[in-house]
Design a protein around this ligand. Sequence first.
Ligand code: WT7
Length: 651
Amino acid sequence: MATEGQTLEQQLEELLDDEKFSPSEDFVEQAVITDPKIYEQGEDYEAFWAERAEALHWDTKWEQVLDWSNPPFAKWFVGGKLNVSYNCLDRHVEAGNGGRVAYHWRGEEGEELDVTYADLHSDVQKFANALKSLGVRKGDVVAVYLPMIPEVAVAMLACARIGAIHNVVFGGFSAESVRERIEFSEAKILITVDGARRKGKTAPIKENVDEVIGDLVDTIVVVKRSDNDAPMKAGRDHWYGELLEAADADCPPEPMDAEDPLYILYTSGSTAKPKGILHTTGGYLTGVAYTHAAVFDLKPEEDIYWCAADVGWVTGHSYIIYGPLANGTTSVMYEGAPDYPGKDIWWEIVERYKVTIMYCAPTAIRACMKWGVEHPASHDLSSLRLLGTVGEPINPKAWLWYWKVVGGGRCPIVDTWWQTETGGVMITTLPALLDAKPGSAGKPLPGIEAAVVDEEGNDAGTEQGYLVLKRPWPSMLRTLYKEDDRFVETYWNKFGKDTYLVGDAARRDEDGYFWIIGRIDDVVNVSGHRLSTAEVESAIVSHGKVAEAAVIGQADEDTGQAITAFVTLEGDLDGTDELIAEIREKVADRIGKFARPKRIIWADDLPKTRSGKIMRRLLRDIAEGRELGDVTTLRDPSVMAQLEGKIKERD
Ligand code: WT7
């Protein structure tokens, strides 16, 4: 253990030798789940999940826990009826907790707003009525493109209240991406904002949307967040505030079938076309409510919980909105960036609201490390008692920094592995029951069965292999929206219809702990943001001067992976800095700023197999400065020598 007088660097260096970190006695004493039998109970997984589902309010109880007669199409809680917004709001209000704060909202300029359960309950009913009056019916898709403001929770819950299916698009995506997702999901209505605040500037969101939307939607609802005089089209566009004012106060929740869709969330896959992950009602809510309470050791009356993700990703759906609200949690919702107005804003927020549980991405922790220990050190972080990470593997050094500097050495860290597809956390350490090993996510949660298998589907022992999930689970995706075949093909083909192929490589150690290595498909993880190489390539080649592009995720100290693009130009054009700027701009327009390549390498030609497939493995080797592997299968092996020359020239 570290001693006085050492530098932080020395202390962390020493801690690196510790393989396991046990929760303190104090933590275990106060924890919700302390009986290890829960893992055994999870073996009888249908009974286990049925018991978790009992924690929700059902209008009609289910007849069958799981129908797995037509794998991989699962049905959970068959015949059951419930409403998600009722479970997230009315239940707490009826129990006398309407005055409890649901969100301590914090705006970018330091504005504060406490939104109680009663407030949400009232606004959600009004907005649900407004949606109805705009013609939205059960089963309709509603697109949502909003920043981190309370209205995003209202919009999602209002959809859930009337049985509309929301399709939230992350605010960092470009308007063009929104248009595309509206097209895929056939949404007829969009809920957005006049302007979004980012680091002291206002992005003209509504104007950007207008430029690309054409007559794709019949209705646009606009939340007022700025004074930028957003253009409003008569008959099509409506102010959110005015709708709310005019709406009836009472909107009874629509009893939904357990398997009715709750939402679609587009995520990146192997091809340029994003996948519409479909989540349904009863199983999803069971899964996120349970995992949120269990993994974060939640005490709703006492805890102040802060998930610093964006609602536009699944982390936000499950662990800012649905899990926390189903559990009656008081959360912090923060609008801004981690370094604006100052690099200590996160720690100021922890101190201000006395946050007890904090959940964020390793990439953010690495950024904070870089900014320096003085920022967290200048705030009182003693309210914290549990920390979590999500989105990418965490390097032990960042883990230890989080543990020591943020957690003061007293807070267990839960490294949560999951995906948009799984709906909720699958692999982690239940904090009072399992030791943490920095860099390992831990073990499958009770009720979940994970394995690492080889090419043939046999257990890989402690070797690296394919991560798979072997049983259905309630919060699993049900299909890809309107693409059942792609759903089966992508996840359930390699090892059969009852083995879910995750898309990650992993290793399981002697203690049964899982170590996630990274994606095995052409998905790149930049700062925990998921992108497909194909979609970035397609954005790059949409530039008129580009002939061909190959994109790879290159290992990056700050962002986990960073986008490197190998680009060939039309004719005998030369690559210039100006062209680099144009290409980056093109990617920002087509996808979003976060997808812009960090590095562009001009190439005369790309390494391809005889059948014309680009060999990204070789590009990764060359970009990361490794010895090149086997190049004999290339159509033209001399391409690699040329590329090596180009890279040396630049570096
Ligand atoms: C992919 C899923 C889970 C919500 C945010 C991302 C990677 C996620 C971890 C972790 C190592 C992780 C995986 C996964 N990933 N969590 N704790 N350790 N890798 O959701 O955008 O659907 O991405 O993120 O590669 O497949 P997503």
